[in-house]
Design a protein. Structure first.
Length: 94
């Protein structure tokens, strides 16, 4: 049986002004799509493609619940979450 992983992630702009939270089952592919502007929408319009935070989940339901929770956070709370693991807001490798 193949284990499926799901990721909740946060992207930002080059100068860290905009935050975007998403969920995917293939983080490497999804970050590539954001960087390449393959999908129309918010991240393409505002050039949001710097990966600064992610969490892994074994079950898609947990990933969606966490994404919804993070999206409900204030900007300040999102910043604290990011800085708890990435205090310098460095772009993460996947």
């Amino acid at each position: 049986m193949k284990l499926h992983l799901y990721y909740v992630y946060i992207l930002t702009t080059r100068n860290n002004t905009v935050l975007y939270t998403g969920v995917t089952n293939d983080l490497k592919r999804r970050v590539f799509e954001h960087k390449s502007g393959l999908n129309e929408g918010f991240t393409k319009k505002y050039h949001v493609h710097k990966l600064i935070y992610f969490e892994k989940f074994d079950f898609v339901e947990f990933a969606f619940a966490r994404e919804k929770q993070i999206k409900g956070y204030s900007r300040e709370k999102k910043i604290k979450l990011i800085e708890s693991v990435n205090s310098e807001w460095k772009e993460l490798d996947v």
